[in-house]
Ligand binder design. Structure first.
Ligand SMILES: [Zn+2]
Length: 494
């Protein structure tokens, strides 16, 4: 029990007996990186944003374009296959056509096979990598980033809930969704797993904005039927039905996927978690996205709310919410035996959110221990508890969190987690994460010497690892020279 907290007010369990079981509807996952197909998807959801991707941008995606720069991408996890885990081409050429990767190879041999009509963009002196993946972030919380003085439960009550209320206004939600996506792009993030709010309006606004930019995004409506202000509560029935409607409307449209999103165990009744589990069973290709074992008071609270369960993770496991497409943010204080075993056995994913864990004083994620145990781990910014939307800044703090536990997070491992590792954790490695032919062309152009200090540091360095380490410790949005989404330039610094 957390004194003085409206989130801690006990409410009665909601009876689920009248819940209508819906017939699972067949959701066809469409591969739609191509401009024409995207336009059809936009038309299907009736968007005013239709014009955003027609014309010049659609043309840009269709044409074959080659980008000359240093190129780095991963083929596997450097922690397990050190020598052949990545490909680094000092003078490389990345060829893109119709929003997809054609090839990544040495400039000299690649330029010879390029069609005469192809456009060549010269980024010599810069580094091209796949776009970054953020596996845990809340778009309605961007406006309360850097809010002072609280830990998890008090921070939710004081800052988060009043902010999330505003996202029931569709115009407000759309404006903030567009702001959020433009900030992700500016920071080099091209795919994210995103919390909206309890109101479906916030999800529609987010997906409309992401579809207009043709981004590969995963999001969902928050499920929350107790221990929060009445203006943010749904019920097991309404939460199920609204999630179902959103899955039918958005899951597999364009490059979008849906995540079933209970905020965390304390704000969902057993009936609601049961309904979430039913939804997951009916739509196995949908994701589950929630929080787990972030803060010690939170863990004690879960134990008091679910005394019949073995622990926090067992609550989710019991309701069928663990699995390869389940992403649990934080997991700072897992039981090292039982809970870690369940994470590994179920192939569930943990989102490591170092800036958030430090900001809220939650604790140190046992990064190396969990990686070595075989847990699937991705990086998350967790804004607004996180303090930056930059995955580079996240790696900076992640390195320090490891150091405080006498552990290491190497630069190669860091860039793997930011790209292919993130894609694998989100079961998207067949689409994004590296530059194998046919992958979707989400990539960024990094400027390792964007600031005077990084220039001073790197003018004397020799190796790839030194460059990557300077980027992950000193880097932020200033180092993102340009961001391309499905072959279309969405951002470039002058
Ligand atoms: Zn979070």
């Amino acid at each position: 029990m957390i004194p003085g907290s409206c989130i801690a007010k006990a409410t009665s369990q909601i009876n689920n007996n009248n819940h209508q079981k819906s017939t699972p509807s067949k959701i066809t996952r469409k591969r739609l990186p191509k401009p024409l197909q995207l336009v059809l998807a936009l038309q299907a959801v009736g968007l005013a944003a239709l014009t955003a991707f027609t014309g010049a941008k659609a043309e840009q995606a269709k044409r074959e374009t080659a980008y000359r720069a240093s190129i780095l991408h991963f083929l596997s996890d450097p922690a397990t296959t050190k020598d052949k885990s990545y490909e680094y081409i000092k003078d490389g050429l990345l060829i893109v056509r119709d929003g997809q990767i054609v090839s990544a190879g040495p400039y000299k041999s690649s330029i010879a096979k390029l069609a005469k009509t192809s456009n060549v963009v010269n980024y010599s002196g810069y580094l091209i990598t796949p776009g970054f993946v953020d596996a845990h972030v809340h778009y309605p919380q961007v406006e309360i980033i850097a809010s002072y003085g609280e830990q998890l439960i008090e921070w939710l009550n004081t800052y988060v809930f009043p902010a999330e209320r505003k996202y029931s206004n569709s115009q407000y939600a759309r404006e903030k969704a567009e702001f959020f996506l433009s900030q992700l792009i500016k920071n080099g993030t091209t795919t994210a797993l995103v919390f909206a709010t309890v109101d479906p309006t916030s999800v529609n606004a987010f997906f409309e904005a992401a579809l207009a930019k043709n981004m590969r995004m995963i999001a969902g409506k928050v499920l929350m039927d107790r221990n929060a202000p009445a203006y943010l509560l749904d019920t097991p029935e309404s939460g199920y039905q609204e999630s179902l409607n959103l899955i039918k409307k958005w899951h597999g449209v364009g490059r979008l996927s849906y995540a079933i999103t209970p905020r965390f165990a304390p704000t969902s009744s057993p009936a609601q978690l049961q309904a979430a589990g039913r939804l997951k069973a009916e739509f196995p290709s949908a994701y589950v996205h929630t929080h787990l074992s972030e803060n010690k008071n939170e863990i004690a609270w879960v134990k008091s709310l679910f005394p019949e369960r073995k622990g926090y993770l067992d609550v989710y496991h019991h309701y069928g919410l663990t699995g390869p497409r389940s992403i649990f943010a934080h997991a700072v204080h897992l039981d090292p035996k039982d809970e870690v075993n369940t994470i590994i056995k179920t192939k569930s994913v943990l989102a490591f959110c170092p800036t958030s864990n430090l900001f809220l004083g939650s604790g140190l994620f046992p990064f190396r221990t969990l990686r070595d145990a075989g847990a699937r781990i991705a990086l998350g910014t967790d804004v607004g508890a996180g303090t930056s939307l930059s995955i580079l800044a996240t790696l900076n703090e992640g390195y320090k969190v490891a150091q405080l536990q006498q552990q290491k997070l190497s630069p190669l491992e860091g860039f793997y987690l930011a790209t292919l590792g993130g894609a694998q954790s989100l079961s998207l490695a067949d689409r994004i994460g590296n530059f194998l032919p046919g992958k979707e062309a989400d990539f960024i152009v990094l400027d390792p010497k964007a600031t005077a200090i990084s220039k001073l540091r790197l003018d004397k360095s020799q190796t790839l690892e030194e460059m990557l380490f300077a980027l992950m410790i000193l880097g932020d949005d200033r180092n993102i020279k340009a961001t391309y989404v499905a072959g279309v330039k969405q951002h470039e610094q002058p």
